[in-house]
Design a protein. Sequence first.
Length: 254
Amino acid sequence: MKTVLALALAAIVTSCAPVSNTVTPTAETINKKWELISLEGNEVMASKPVFIDFDNNNKITGFAGCNTINGNYTVKNGTQISFTQVASTRMMCAPYEMNVEKEVMEVLKTADNFTMSNGQLMLNVGRRAPLAVFAEMSKDPALNTYWNLKELNGKKVMMVPNQEKEQGFMLRSGGKITGFAGCNNFNGTYSLSGKNTIKFSPNMAMTMKACQDVKLNEQTFVNIFKTANNYQVKDNTLILKDAANKVFAVFEKM
């Protein structure tokens, strides 16, 4: 009788146990476009999104920082991975982009396994910390595009003398924003919710370059992200609106 009771209790406990939502990585779940967000724990700030696209025919294509790449990949035993015949175009770019590309190519030579968690893909070697971390690349038209400022508070924005390039920014798939305020580069975080609602981190990190010959108030530009509440993309234009749904900043796709 005791044995029967024990078995009954075990059955009840088992039936009430929570069901795990963990998905075991497979060749099918990796078949997406992934944007690089860090290498060896260091955030990647390349001027263009670095990404790898895994198709379902064991082929990869992508952009490594300066050049486009293509090659083959094989998945075995669920999480073992290898890359072969990886080739790239032969363009030269700025030193930072070239260094990112060099590291990406090394990761593809070295990685022997992968893990997936919270929408991220990690390429690893052995049981070390990830060599590279990727976020699933967003299809939102506002993301992964560089947007140049064209209008602010109803007035056209023009470059001032000695300004290196137009003020602008890019929203990256991993929740990071990077941009140029007129003299200095900046970065921060953002989050999307609801229907085109966007929130930016209140404090952006910025380089401390002194541009005495550039007569421009960078803080005016940075304050755009404190005011923004929602956005709209139409053709090659990104519009930022405040909490009252009033348009106050207009950007154009670079």
